[in-house]
Design a protein around this ligand. Sequence first.
Ligand code: GAR
Length: 204
Amino acid sequence: MSKAGRLVVLVSGSGTNLQALLDASADPAYGASVVAVGADRDDIEGLARATRAGVPVFVEKLREHPDRAAWDLAIAARIAGHAPDLVVSAGFMKILGAPTLEAFPVLNTHPALLPSFPGAHGVRDALAHGAKVTGCTVMLADTGVDTGPIVAQEAVRVYAGDDEAALHERIKTVERGLLVETVGRMAREGWTVNGRTVTIGGVR
Ligand code: GAR
């Protein structure tokens, strides 16, 4: 069974999910703490949140490497430098490659009910499809785009008149709670993966 005390969180933007993890881990009883925050770009609020919390940050930009394979190795090395038990991709808008996925369990949060609406525009795609219910999914990352085993999900209703921003904000309110609860349970109770079934603390 895996446990998840040391978290490296990856971000690409505002970092409100990161902030929720930082806030939760202020309580030692939470069972996990954010030991570093990584990003693929600078000047983002997610990095500022980490710095304000006294958490070390690193930035690994794709364009500063000759190719994707080199970036994959570089970000895996940066992550490894902080010896995480679990990597949390929280609004990190890059697909992680084998060097990271083979070295660490990676948890990913997505603003739709997978397997519906994977990819970079989960909220926009759900709206465009006319979905009446969408939500958020916390999953273990694999080499595909939002295809890994699902750990937790919660539904959010789509209201008439919702635009992408309004719906995304409502999803994110639910998503932050789900991510904090899921990471905390994984840290305290451990988890196992059997095929596509993820079990936390022996309870499916
Ligand atoms: C979250 O809704 C997360 O699910 C989404 O970006 C947002 C980040 O918000 N990620 C994806 O769409 C990945 N496909 P935050 O920066 O405020 O935590």
